[in-house]
Structure formats: C-alpha cells, structure tokens
Write a new protein. Structure first.
Length: 415
C-alpha cells in the first residue's frame, strides 16, 4: 500500500476543485496541493441542456482533464474509496492512502439511476433519455427533432439535484422544436414534478408558471417518478394526495428523466456527512464559512456539500473565494472570516433565444446582476447562457481569475 502526504488535498477535479486549487495557487504558489480525480475528461455540464436541444455541440463541452489541472498542483488519478477524517487521510480505490493537513471535498454529485426500476436498461433507446448524462444528451436531440407526436413526458425528482431548472429547460426547447416541426398540435407535453412548485424561488416561480401555461404544458405537481416499464412505454409515479400516496401510470412516447441524486457513497458512509435530519448524507459544513462543523481542517463546496442552495456552477463561483480565504486564514492560524451568502444563478432557458436569468440567495430573494426585471425572458440572457458563460468558465473561472463582469454587463443590460 502506497502512502502519500500533501499539505492540501482536494477531492474532485470538476468545477469546484479546479477553481479552488487555481485560486489557492494564485494566492501562494508554494502551497503543496494534490487533486484526486478519476476522470481524464473535464466537462462543461451546464451546456448539456443546449446539446439536448440541438443548440450546442457535445464536443464543445469537453476538454482533457490534464489541461485543466492548475500548474503547480499534482493530479492523483484515482477514485476515493473512503474518508478517514480522524486520521487526516483519504484512501483511494487502488489502495493508496493520502494524508493531509487540510482537505477540500468537492467530488460533485452522484446520480442514482438505480433507484428508478427499469430506468437503467431503458436509457438511450426507445424514447427514454436524460441530459444529465453526456451519453444521452445527443440522443435527446435526436428524439426531439424526429418526434412525430404523442405524449412527451418530463420529470423532476424528490431529491436535491444539480441545476434544478434543467428538467424544464429542455421541455421548453422541446415545445418550440415540436412547433417548428408542425407536430405540437399532435403532442401532449406533461411535466411530472415531485414537489409542489415549478420553481422554489418566488418571482421566478410565477414567471415560469406563465411560461408553462403559455406553452400549454400540463404540469402535474407532487408526481415523483418511481419506476419505468420500457416494454409498454409507461412511467409509474408516486403521487401525493390528501389521503396519502397512490400510484399513477402515464404512457409516454418520449421520456426525459431527471434522476434522483445524492452525495457520493464514500461521503454518505463517512464521519464527514450530516448524520441526520435536513442535509443527511451531504458534507456537513457551516453554511456561511463552508468549514466543516466538526473537523475544522476540512472544507466543502459545490454539489456534495450540505449548503442549502441550488447546485450550480454559478454557486461554486461564489463559494470558491470563501473557501480559499478561510483555508488560507486557517493555515496562518487566523479565524476564518469569509462569508458565503448563498448566491446562486440558474439561467432558465425558456426557448431558443429566450432565458430568464434567475439569481438568488439563501433567503430566496432575487439578487440580479443586471439593471432590469430578472423575472422576464430576455434574448440578452440567452446570449449570456449560450456564449458568455462557457467562455468565462474555461478562460476565467478554471484559471482562478475573477469574472470582471463590469466589462461585459453594460453590453447586455438593455437588451
């Protein structure tokens, strides 16, 4: 068994891990940082909705992981098997033990396809797809552009998920695609939502309700997908009623599934997870400082953390500087002072050339970066989603640079 030691170990080479590492090394290039990441590819996942809608090439969402690892950091290409916070160490699946002085946990989210019986064997064929996997987003577009009519069913699960707006974004693009292809009048679009609202933030919720109503989409609340019968093309939902749960079966011709998600198993099965109650299973961190509530030399951000906000790349953009500031303070034997207010952003694509830029904080209050009503659909925000944000992600965020939004916001503020 190989034993290694690094001053700072970062679990996850995705948006959060790369951004934090790049910012740390910009502050102090002498830091000894190792990133544990099993994948040799790095994906810009926010564009997968657009891939599914035929508005973005899948090849443009991927780069080699080695080209994203910040210069000065060591890449340990492995998957984590277990966390040992009492021993300040991490064990990888290939048998290595890596000890650390400080740990940053940001491996992303785990997609639990297996929790929906019938889903795994159905995906990628016979009309069943999901933009939450790079293997199936191109298939989504294949299905949409060739759809001849029938029931198009979209789902939203009961668990927290990354980019909670994504399940309805592709639904709106599907509606417009069907209209362009002359099959909308032969199509019923159903949105099975496990929760009681179409979006959790007031203002944006009402705006999206109007969008769905204007597109004649049948939104069915408290419908949680529990199984798929691919042989008969039926989806079974557990529906919450006034008298309890009941099963409702909906036939489909097209099915886009937003699957249940959770923190990776190695987190859920470790001492760093929230032990019980709200947030159970996610990395147990203070919502403002992002420092672990029981292990002060551990921080977490991004999708696997217990932070009560939407899981998006934009949230990571605001979380990373707080982790960096507080981790460096800890190294210098100072009290962490950095505070994260829960800011996140979800560019809600409502059609081709139309986007509602939903920005909000822990209090679910709109926190717009632009001088206009953020609940309105705008062409300018489509441009931000389609062109500006991908460029900023690859060229600024992953490089540890600030976004310098004042340079480009005036170009979009009046559109």
């Amino acid at each position: 068994m190989t034993s290694l030691h690094h001053q700072i170990v970062v679990i996850g080479g995705g948006a959060a891990g790369i951004t934090v590492t790049a910012q740390l090394l910009k502050q102090d290039h002498r830091l000894d940082i190792a990133i544990i990441e099993p994948s040799d590819k790095h994906y810009y996942q926010p564009a997968w909705t657009l891939v599914g809608g035929g508005a973005y090439a899948m090849e443009a969402t991927v780069k080699a992981e080695k080209d994203c690892i910040p210069s000065g950091a060591q890449w340990i290409k492995a998957s984590v098997e277990s966390l040992n916070p009492d021993q300040n160490s991490v064990t990888t699946q290939d048998g290595r033990t890596i000890s650390y002085d400080y740990l940053v946990i940001c491996p992303g989210i785990q997609i639990d396809w297996h929790l929906i019986p019938g889903l795994q064997e159905a995906l990628g064929k016979n009309g069943v797809t999901s933009n939450y996997d790079r293997r199936y987003a191109p298939y989504t577009w294949e299905l949409l552009r060739n759809f001849k009519g029938g029931t198009a069913l979209f789902t939203f699960p009961a668990t927290p998920i990354k980019c909670a707006g994504a399940p309805q974004k592709i639904m709106y693009l599907a509606d417009e695609t069907f209209r362009r292809n002359g099959v909308r009048d032969k199509t019923q679009i159903i949105y099975g939502v496990a929760v009681a609202k179409i979006f959790g933030v007031p203002g944006y919720c009402e705006a999206l309700e109007k969008v769905a109503a204007g597109k004649e989409i049948d939104v069915r609340y408290r419908h949680n997908l529990k199984a798929i019968k691919p042989e008969s093309r039926e989806a079974v939902f557990a529906v919450t009623t006034d008298t309890g749960l009941e099963d409702v079966t909906i036939p489909y011709d097209f099915l886009h599934v937003a699957p249940p998600m959770s923190a990776p198993d190695f987190i859920k099965n470790s001492a760093v997870a929230v032990p019980d109650g709200p947030g159970k299973g996610w990395v147990d961190v203070h919502k403002f400082t992002l420092q672990h509530n029981r292990y002060p030399n551990i921080f977490s951000l991004g999708d696997a953390s217990s932070l009560p906000t939407s899981r998006t790349a934009a949230a990571i953009r605001q979380q990373a500087p707080v982790v960096v500031k507080n981790l460096l303070a800890l190294i210098q034997s100072q009290t962490p002072q950095g505070q994260y207010g829960g800011y996140t952003c979800c560019p809600l694509v409502t059609g081709y050339g139309k986007t509602i830029m939903a920005e909000f904080d822990y209090d679910n209050k709109p926190k717009s970066s632009f001088p206009f009503d953020p609940t309105q659909e705008r062409w300018s925000m489509w441009l931000v989603k389609r062109y500006v944000l991908p460029w900023l992600y690859w060229n600024r965020m992953l490089k540890g640079e600030s976004f310098e939004p004042d340079r480009w916001k005036p170009l979009l503020g009046k559109a």
